[in-house]
Design a protein around this ligand. Structure first.
Ligand SMILES: [Zn+2]
Length: 315
């Protein structure tokens, strides 16, 4: 079990207080502080999708559910790897050295490096690799790791991928496409969009917050930020344009941009939060109108059909 001081990964005075009260300060410094803080930070700065970062984080903290770990926790009596039946299943074994995934690595650009890497824990291996390769290669490296772990899960949960190598390529592509997407949009720093009253959405949901502003007589801007249940910013997008449409239209356009971003990134459970109550009510109303704002709202409604669930609220 690990403990991360604040949901957004930022160490605050308040979380420091709780850490002290819970006697965790030493544990925090040993684990996340000192020389290693940079390595932990690098995980949250990986360019890939949030699920990839969560995977790397869990692998580094040793909290992926391998059979070896379940045995330690007395959930299972047997800690052997169910794929090869040759060794105890540690995280490093499952991801890198199991005979079922080793070939993936042998054919990867990291084959030689992995032979030389320390293999006591995923964290050691990740930290070592980070020192050997550039940030874009490090991203490819963790994409491979994510793919082999996912392949392992597909076999363990008895729904194996039809073709392992095609599956691995799919993961590499997913991570690469996400990176080019994030580079194409304007990513603004978290501080610029954070709200002190912001509460994280429920598990598995993506919260879209949208905002609009009239900058001057001749220009306006709209913004949207997407966050997951851990408060981690997925992407944020800001757009400026000439003109000064009515505020209601502007708010609707901001909401549409947020919903569109969530859809483009393939999220399926989405909630939209806007401070423009009138826009939220309009989306809910199912009213078909011909005013500019109705057309924008119509786009939001039709895009939201692609989601598994879609909630709306205003604050
Ligand atoms: Zn194995």
């Amino acid at each position: 079990m690990y403990w991360w001081p604040a949901t957004d990964g930022i160490y605050t005075t308040k979380s420091g207080y709780w850490l002290a009260r819970m006697g965790h300060v030493r544990g925090w410094t040993d684990r996340f502080g000192g020389d290693r803080a940079e390595t932990w930070n690098s995980i949250w700065n990986l360019d890939g999708p949030p699920k990839l970062r969560q995977f790397v984080w869990r692998a580094c903290t040793g909290s992926l559910a391998t059979f070896g770990r379940l045995q330690q926790r007395h959930v299972r009596t047997d800690g052997m790897c169910s794929l090869c039946n040759e060794q105890q299943e540690s995280i490093v074994h499952a991801i890198f050295f199991c005979s079922n995934v080793k070939q993936v690595w042998d054919l990867s650009p990291f084959a030689e490096l992995i032979c030389k890497a320390p293999c006591d824990s995923f964290f050691e291996l990740y930290e070592w690799m980070k020192g050997k390769v550039g940030s874009s290669e490090l991203l490819t490296f963790v994409a491979y790791a994510w793919a082999t772990w996912s392949y392992r899960n597909s076999v363990v949960f008895e729904n194996p991928w039809q073709c392992r190598d095609v599956g691995v390529l799919g993961f590499l592509r997913l991570v690469k496409d996400y990176k080019s997407y994030a580079t194409a949009v304007n990513v603004c720093p978290p501080a610029a969009v954070s709200r002190s009253t912001w509460k994280a959405p429920s598990a598995g949901l993506i919260r879209v917050n949208s905002d609009a502003a009239v900058i001057s007589e001749t220009s306006s801007s709209i913004g949207a930020v997407l966050r997951n249940d851990q408060g981690v910013i997925v992407p944020a997008r800001v757009k400026r344009f000439m003109g000064k449409p009515p505020v209601k239209v502007l708010e609707a356009m901001a909401a549409r941009m947020g919903v569109q971003t969530a859809r483009e990134l393939g999220f399926s459970k989405v909630e939209l939060e806007s401070d423009a109550l009138s826009v939220i009510n309009l989306i809910k109303s199912h009213k078909i109108g011909k005013a500019p704002v109705d057309l924008v709202v119509d786009d939001i409604r039709s895009m939201s059909m692609d989601f598994e669930s879609f909630f709306l609220f205003s604050y």
